[in-house]
Write a protein that binds this ligand. Structure first.
Ligand SMILES: *[C@@H]1O[C@H](CO)[C@@H](O)[C@H](O)[C@H]1NC(C)=O
Ligand SMILES: *[C@@H]1O[C@H](CO)[C@@H](O)[C@H](O)[C@H]1NC(C)=O
Ligand SMILES: *[C@@H]1O[C@H](CO)[C@@H](O)[C@H](O)[C@H]1NC(C)=O
Length: 465
């Protein structure tokens, strides 16, 4: 029986021998359909591929009960991101300024969603690169209200996305989205936004799974690629069919599948986090196994995943800085590395029943508190980016780091997920959603068009800075 996938779990982060701070125990209850999340996060393929078989999911009766240790000060310490400059000014003036630019009046990370009558720049008809699972309109999602909101940061305006401005910047450049399926979601959003002005051609894709793809905008000699690396560092992904239910993550080893391409990349947008919630064993070179999450079956001590996540992000950024500094950086190109912060899921009910994420409008500002896990994942990225930026600034490497801080704005968009419309006509045939019928829901990724387009509005402002 596939009942009760949705269970409470409770995370614990023993020190993993990594953090130095004092930790105290802190209970956390998050409602996530852990097993289904495996499936949602795993499948990275693009539009127009045949739907995946989900039987596997049913085997994954899950739910870890672990406990959590948490820095009590975490909530106080949520750090502001590197503050962006006012957007309009940016569009007018694309020259990089000297380091001593005064802090801008506000940042994009905090604000509210306000009604906006303007239609999206694309839809499932006009854009061919929407992954099937995120093509909500084409799949029959009946309500359209979720399309008519824009993010209004506290105290400043976020300029609407300008395909022209983005394409101008992208001319003779290569932008790579690297990471998990949220990276892919954001990449596909950008491809659609840009395609509203200039056609994108698929120039490369790897075999069946399309984990690595490259698109070009010929008129602009502009390249956008999507590179799969759900932990950013090297990992051996779990394989349920072979009886391996843990991801093995190698914190000391770069993932060369994308790192080796770094030299050709002018801007990288990294997205990582959700896969750390899955069962994992963390290795650190000569030290062997340094941590384990959801691994009672391996007779190992539970350490939680926060420490491993922190190491993976810090070490990845350090490696990027090192490689750009040595050789790559010598070509005088200015480069940007942005890390998208954690994008919260919104499961409210059983993942396989109608109404798993039923909201039809955004939360108002402060209406939904950020969960502990989400806040901690965000904070880790913001801190890692700050540390990398400080180190890069000292070396004058032409390398810029930015946190694309979308956690708060994403947290307020329970209405933006595909839910049952991850599949076409989910309620057709009488068996679906009503009265206890089964229907699978994606409350993790974002409909396209949808809130994920805002990630790219913000990316544009960071990139032009
Ligand atoms: C989709 O976009 C095209 C082109 O912008 C537009 O003509 C069409 O009306 C849109 N369709 C829907 C359902 O919004
Ligand atoms: C096209 O863009 C690439 C970067 O993606 C760059 O290396 C190359 O020099 C560009 N070609 C021309 C003709 O500018
Ligand atoms: C589990 O690990 C402990 C400590 O390492 C060991 O004493 C015990 O025998 C192990 N149990 C099994 C079933 O392997």
């Amino acid at each position: 029986m596939v009942t009760n996938f949705l269970q409470k779990y409770h995370l614990q982060n023993h020190q993993l021998a990594l953090p130095k701070k004092q930790f105290v125990t802190y209970a956390l209850y998050a409602l996530i359909a852990v097993a289904f999340l495996h499936y949602l996060l795993f499948y990275p393929a693009p539009a127009s591929e045949k739907p995946v078989v989900v039987a596997q999911v049913q085997e994954e009766e899950a739910a870890a009960v672990v406990s959590a240790r948490v820095d009590v000060d975490a909530h106080q310490q949520l750090l502001a991101p590197p503050p962006p400059r006012q957007g309009d000014e940016v569009l007018r003036n694309q020259q990089p300024k000297a380091e001593e630019v005064a802090p801008p009046p506000c940042d994009y990370s905090d604000g509210e969603w306000v009604p906006d009558a303007r239609p999206p720049l694309y839809n499932g008809t006009s854009c061919g690169t929407i992954k099937d699972g995120q093509n909500c309109m084409a799949h029959g999602r009946p309500d359209t209200g979720y399309l008519y909101w824009r993010w209004r940061p506290r105290g400043c305006e976020l300029p609407a996305f300008s395909p022209d401005a983005f394409l101008r910047w992208l001319r003779n450049r290569h932008l790579a989205f690297v990471g998990d399926s949220l990276a892919r979601n954001q990449a596909e959003s950008l491809l659609c936004l840009l395609s509203s002005r200039s056609p994108a051609e698929l120039a490369y894709r790897d075999g069946e799974e399309s984990r690595f793809r490259r698109f070009v905008f010929r008129e602009h000699n502009a390249t956008v690629s999507v590179l799969w690396s759900p932990f950013l560092v090297k990992a051996a992904e779990k394989d349920e069919r072979a009886g391996v239910r843990h991801n093995n993550v190698f914190l000391d080893a770069a993932d060369e599948r994308w790192m080796s391409q770094l030299g050709a990349v002018d801007a990288a947008v990294l997205s990582v986090g959700h896969w750390f919630l899955l069962p994992g064993v963390y290795h650190d070179g000569g030290r062997g196994v340094v941590g384990c999450h959801d691994c009672a079956d391996l007779n190992r001590t539970e350490t939680g995943f926060f420490g491993a996540f922190r190491e993976a992000v810090h070490r990845t950024l350090a490696e990027v800085a090192k490689r750009h500094g040595a050789g790559d950086g010598a070509d005088g190109r200015r480069r940007v590395v942005a890390v998208t912060t954690f994008s919260p899921a919104h499961f409210e009910g059983d993942w396989d029943k109608a109404g798993a994420c039923p909201k039809k409008r955004p939360y108002r500002s402060r209406e939904r508190e950020l969960g502990y896990t989400e806040a901690e994942m965000r904070r880790t990225v913001v801190e890692a980016v700050r540390a990398a930026a400080d180190a890069a600034g000292a070396g004058e490497s032409g390398l810029r780091f930015a946190a694309l801080d979308v956690t708060a704005l994403a947290n307020l968009r329970p209405d933006g997920h595909p839910g049952p419309y991850m599949r076409s006509d989910p309620f057709a045939g009488g068996g679906g959603g009503g009265a206890g019928g089964r229907v699978q829901n994606d409350c993790v990724h974002w409909c396209m068009p949808g809130p994920v387009d805002t990630f790219n509005e913000i990316l544009l402002q960071y990139i032009l800075r």
